[in-house]
Design a protein around this ligand. Structure first.
Ligand SMILES: NC(=O)c1ccc[n+]([C@@H]2O[C@H](COP(=O)([O-])OP(=O)(O)OC[C@H]3O[C@@H](n4cnc5c(N)ncnc54)[C@H](OP(=O)(O)O)[C@@H]3O)[C@@H](O)[C@H]2O)c1
Length: 382
């Protein structure tokens, strides 16, 4: 019996060593300059992978579905590795071969923590695209662990929040002791037919909707019953803006230290009441996710990505009533995200990183967004 157990233990050990060796055989030997894109066959992962070479990045692609991953890897000609987020040891083993993981699989409510656990253990820098505030808060709370592991963790390196974080910092730097940041987002500045968001973004938005509505007021996140509504005339046209839970409430708080941060989006259509009713129920949330997966387009069509533009207007105000405003015109959100995430990845590989939780403008300055093709900024003044 004892001999049998010893043989069994031996077989298990050899299997483990062999599988570790076979992972290692296919992966970069030297981690310097190496990037793993996880969630590579999703709508946004594909966009980033297709553009990576423009930034001198030759990534290895990863995801949990072997078939979808292999098909996309063959199309773009990069190596790939099948990985499940619930296999911690294998994740660590793989991440040890990379300097940076671009984590593009969401909703991050479910995917961020296992990847971060592995990144800490493997000593791998981490960027993601989350806009889920509770996820960013959880990352902020782990700042000391990231510092101890000597890795940089930067969430939200896409449309949410690179341009807004940069514009918020720009206006905050032009007012003495600002106490309020107000950001208006006009998604219809240059409107083009077609979906505004990817399935992954809608599903991540549902995660946010299913939780209490939190807004940054006087330095703390406070639960509110109703988002505020603001009427504003811009470029001669009266518009209605509704307050939204944009991640700036966490990231621009870290970047600028301004205690009250309000973000408003131009109202296009009301979310039907039944969505709010369903989202509060676990089965209802599953039904909504199923509807998104089966009836919504993958993401904005190429024409929309090429031509759509957004207008952002940020205003910083202090207690004396002094203020400064500036605007930014950006390309379509996903096109911007493909570029902004790779610009930041490139900087990390070039040695521009600091251990701990970092924000885009906090780390790279207010002009970072101007590196993104198609982004412009202009002062609106006091
Ligand atoms: N910050 C921004 O501005 C910005 C911009 C674009 C996207 N995003 C965010 O990025 C995320 C991805 O967006 P997307 O447009 O690419 O969505 P998508 O097309 O739905 O792709 C999602 C990807 O995540 C993978 N995934 C989901 N859950 C997973 C899990 N538990 N384990 C492993 N893989 C998992 C999916 O793999 P399967 O197909 O196997 O499920 C797929 O590869 C979303 O959270 C979205 O909100 C943010």
């Amino acid at each position: 019996m004892f001999t049998l157990l010893r043989r069994l233990a031996g077989v298990i050990l050899i299997t483990l060593i062999c599988s570790a060796a076979s992972i290692a055989a296919d992966l970069p030997k030297d981690r310097r300059g190496q990037v793993l894109i996880y969630g590579a066959y999703g709508f946004t992962g594909k966009g980033i992978a297709r553009l990576a070479a423009e930034y001198g990045i030759s990534p290895v692609l990863a995801g949990r579905n072997a078939e979808k991953l292999a098909a996309f890897a063959t199309e773009v000609g990069y190596p790939h590795v099948v990985l499940n987020l619930d296999d911690h040891q294998r994740l660590v083993e793989v991440l040890r071969h990379f300097e940076l993981v671009m984590h593009i699989a969401g909703p991050y409510t479910y995917t961020a923590e296992p990847m971060l656990d592995a990144a800490i253990e493997a000593g791998t820098h981490y960027v993601d695209l989350t806009g889920e505030n509770h996820v960013i808060q959880a990352q902020l709370d782990r700042d000391e662990a990231f510092k101890a592991a000597n890795i940089m963790v930067m969430p939200a390196v896409g449309y949410d929040v690179v341009p807004t974080d940069c514009l918020n910092l720009y206006v905050a730097q032009r007012v003495d002791n600002p106490v309020t940041l107000t950001l208006l987002m006009n998604g219809e500045y240059k409107a083009v037919e077609g979906a505004m968001a990817s399935r992954g973004t809608i599903k991540s938005g549902l995660e946010l909707l299913s939780r209490p509505t939190l807004m940054r007021i006087d330095g703390v996140m406070v639960e509110v019953d109703q988002p505020k509504v603001m009427e504003k005339t811009i470029d001669g046209q009266a518009r209605t803006f509704v307050q939204i839970q944009w991640a700036d409430m966490l990231t621009s708080w870290v970047t600028t230290g301004v205690p009250t941060i309000e973000v408003y989006q131009q109202q296009s259509a009301d979310i039907p009441g039944w969505v709010f009713w369903l989202i509060k129920r676990e089965w209802g949330k599953k039904l909504l996710v199923w509807l998104v997966d089966n009836y919504f387009p993958e993401g904005p069509p190429p024409e929309a990505q090429a031509d759509r533009q957004t207008q952002l207007i940020a205003t910083a105000t202090n207690n004396r009533g002094e203020s400064f405003s500036a605007q930014m015109i950006t390309p379509e959100a996903y096109k911007l995200t493909f570029h902004s995430s790779l610009i930041i990845a490139r900087r990390i590989l070039d040695g521009q990183w600091r251990a701990g939780f970092q924000t885009p403008a906090g780390m790279y300055g207010a002009d970072l967004a101007l590196e993104i093709p198609g982004v412009s900024r202009s002062d609106l003044g006091k």
